[in-house]
Design a protein around this ligand. Sequence first.
Ligand code: GLP
Length: 266
Amino acid sequence: MEVIIQPSPDAAAAVAARIIGDLIRRKPDAVLGLATGGTPCGLYKELIRMHRQEGLDFSGVTTFNLDEYVGIPPGHPASYHRFMQENLFAHVNVPPGNIHIPDGNTPDIPQFCARYEEQIRQAGGIDLQVLGIGHDGHIGFNESTSSLVSRTRIKTLTEETLAANQRFFAPGEPVPRHVITMGVGTIMDSRTCLMLAFGEGKAKAVASMVEGPITAMCPASILQMHRQTSLILDPPAASLLTRTAYYQHVFANKPDFQRVSAFPVI
Ligand code: GLP
C-alpha cells in the first residue's frame, strides 16, 4: 500500500484529482468507482475545476457508486443520488446513462445487487475506486465483521455509523438502518484503489488499516492484500502511523516513471 501524506485536505484532494485526471486522459473510457461522504468533496471540486478550466473530458467515463441508503427517495437531501448530482454530476459531462448508483428503492434487492455486479463486469471492471473510511475502518457501507469477500448486497448499519451520518439528515430524522453497498470483494476487484482520509478522527482507523492485522473488524485492512492502493492523508489522519518517515521517504524518492505530474512533495 502506498501512503502519501499531504500538508492539507486541499493538497490531498489536488493529488487525488491529478491521479484521476491522468487516468481519464490516458483512458478516456475509464470506469470510476465513486464514494460519498464529506471526505471526497474537495476531490470532486477539483475535478469540476479541471473539467471547466483544463477541459478534462468525462464524456467516455462510466461510474459506479459504492452505496446508497434503502428506502429514501433519490431526491432526499441525504440520498447518495442527490449527493453525487450536487457534488459532481451536475457540473461535469459524464453521460447520464453511464452513471450507476445503487437503487435504494428497488423492489427486489438481491436481484438488483446481482445486476449491479453484472453491470460492473460488463463495463470491464472498475479502473479506479475512490474510497473514504469510517471511524471503525469500514469501506463503502461494509461494517466491521463484513465478509472480506462479500459482493454487492444489503447491509444493516451500526449505531456508530448511524450517529456519524446523522449530520446529513434533518435533526431528529432517523437515518435509514439498511443500505445497499458494493461488497469488500467487489472493491478488491477494482484495478486501483484511491483512499482519502482526513482529520484526527480517522487516525485510529487509518493506523489499523495500514499497520494492523488483516481483520474483518477493520474491513479496510484487507486493502493490504490489494495490488495497487494509494492512501492520501493529511497529517492528523496520519498521526498514529509508526512508519511515517519511511512513507515520506518513499514518496520523496519516487522514480520518475511512477510520478503523477508534479506531485507536491512534503
Ligand atoms: C459512509 C460512506 C463511506 C464513507 C464514510 C466516511 O459510511 N458510506 O463511503 O467513507 O461514510 O464518511 P466521511 O467521509 O463523511 O467521513
